[in-house]
Design a protein around this ligand. Structure first.
Ligand SMILES: [Zn+2]
Length: 445
């Protein structure tokens, strides 16, 4: 079977199978492709209508929205207007889960769980239709790059769904235990099967890219035409490394357990907000921030009827650009995005620094370290003045590289910090298979 026949076979099979589960991905992709050709005014009109429908459903169906702060603000105002709704804090998804579930019974409701850095797992229920819309968003935006549904894909992710993954022509390599052997298996698939798309966690794909160039220096310069990154904070150094080592066009998507897809990069390089899937606002405390300002992402789901989330503060921060993208898509642009607002670390002299600062400094380090000398790095804070840095390293790792890692901590968190460098065979990932370059040290270590 040639590539096109293979892709069509998998696309058709996937769409049929999803429709049987009540998730009409194929028709939804076509609907989204019609909407994206709208001019900005018509598109905005459409999203306002979707929002009003979602709000009136949520108000009548969700017990929480008839109680407390919601009862107070919505009983004397038009509940179809989003501006009257209070903010729903993310922690309420845990504390008020039962009251957030819609009264109407929908068959086929399924759950998505977040990894939860704090240890608390957030569970969000989706009706099949909402699941269909979120998959359709994923596939529609890949069409922007000319990647049709069913294209051969290598996926590096925390877990998979063996049957469904085969149906959609996707080979999954779990990141839960990203050992040398697992990277070898993924490398062989990459070299022998030459997938159109490599997709998944940026930390894992960057690791694969380094692995391939270290152990297969003779491999062709271009190993995959496209790489799609998502699921973790993406750092520029990862994009650079992946583009360089895999010879690929790299783009990013952004989503969350609570909402599904939220934004996706276009070929012009802008991160477009999926305004035909969610309604995104930027908040400063309890008030919407002025246009173009940086603040908390507050998101409303347009299609979830099982657990309709309205104005949920999901924990990430960003800025909506006041200007449209030159590519012509009517979707607004999320010009800045910082993941996990809660990930602040205390410096030795008591200031707060966002952990992603370490990621930025690691960029320079990894780009200068000899290929193969460092596979992965994890900065763990034991307390304000004590860091433990785990390094998954090979023969090329030396005292000079160790000193550079110490310097990264010192320049970010203070010269007085104690920094231990610990070489390990495998830097542990989170239970979900995701990876962060920094975290609070577990109690046991
Ligand atoms: Zn664009």
């Amino acid at each position: 079977m040639n590539h096109i026949a293979e892709q069509r076979f998998h696309k058709n099979l996937y769409y049929v199978l999803q429709s049987m589960r009540g998730r009409h991905v194929g028709p939804f992709v076509r609907r989204l492709q019609t909407w994206e050709r709208f001019d900005r005014a018509s598109f905005e009109h459409l999203t306002r209508r979707l929002l009003r429908d979602a709000l009136s459903y949520a108000r009548t169906q969700v017990p929480l929205y008839s109680s407390g702060a919601w009862q107070t603000s919505l009983s004397r105002a038009d509940a179809d207007e989003l501006r009257h709704w209070p903010v729903l804090e993310r922690k309420m998804l845990i504390t008020h889960r039962a009251q957030l579930r819609a009264r109407a019974f929908t068959p086929g409701v399924f759950a998505r769980h977040s990894s939860g850095s704090t240890g608390e797992v957030v569970t969000v229920l989706y009706n099949p239709n909402a699941g269909g819309w979120s998959w359709a968003q994923e596939y529609r935006s890949m069409h922007w790059f000319g990647i049709p549904t069913g294209s051969r894909t290598l996926l590096l992710w925390g877990g998979g769904h063996p049957m469904l993954d085969w149906v959609r022509n996707c080979r999954v390599f779990s990141t839960k235990n990203l050992t040398f052997n697992q990277l070898e298996r993924a490398t062989r698939y990459l070299l022998q099967q030459r997938p159109v798309l490599v997709m998944g966690l940026p930390s894992a794909i960057a690791q694969l890219a380094r692995h391939v160039r270290t152990h297969r220096p003779e491999a062709p310069a271009q190993l995959a035409p496209f790489v799609k990154l998502g699921g973790e904070q993406v750092y520029p150094f990862q994009r650079d490394e992946i583009a360089q080592h895999l010879g690929a066009r790299v783009f990013e998507s952004y989503g969350s357990t609570e909402m599904g897809p939220i934004a996706h990069e276009c070929p012009a390089g802008s991160r477009h907000i999926m305004a035909d899937h969610i309604y995104l606002e930027i908040f400063n405390g309890d008030e919407p921030a002025p246009v173009g300002e940086f603040g908390d992402l507050v998101v409303t789901s347009l299609f979830n009827r099982a657990m309709p989330l309205v104005r949920c503060r999901i924990g990430d921060r960003g800025r909506i650009s006041p200007d449209p993208c030159p590519c012509g898509l009517p979707h607004p642009v999320l010009s800045e995005l910082v993941g996990r607002a809660a990930d602040m670390f205390v410096t030795a002299d008591g200031k707060l620094v966002h952990g992603s600062e370490l990621g930025r400094r690691l960029q320079l380090f990894l780009s200068l370290a000899p290929l193969g000398s460092v596979a992965q790095v994890l900065f763990q804070q034991k307390n304000a003045a004590h860091w433990n840095v785990l390094v998954e390293s090979a023969a090329g790792f030396n005292e000079e590289l160790a000193a550079q890692l110490r310097q990264i901590v010192h320049s970010t968190f203070g010269e007085n910090c104690q920094v231990d460098i610990e070489r390990v065979a495998l830097v542990p990932r989170e239970k979900s298979g995701k990876y962060r370059y920094y975290r609070r040290a577990p109690q046991s270590s």
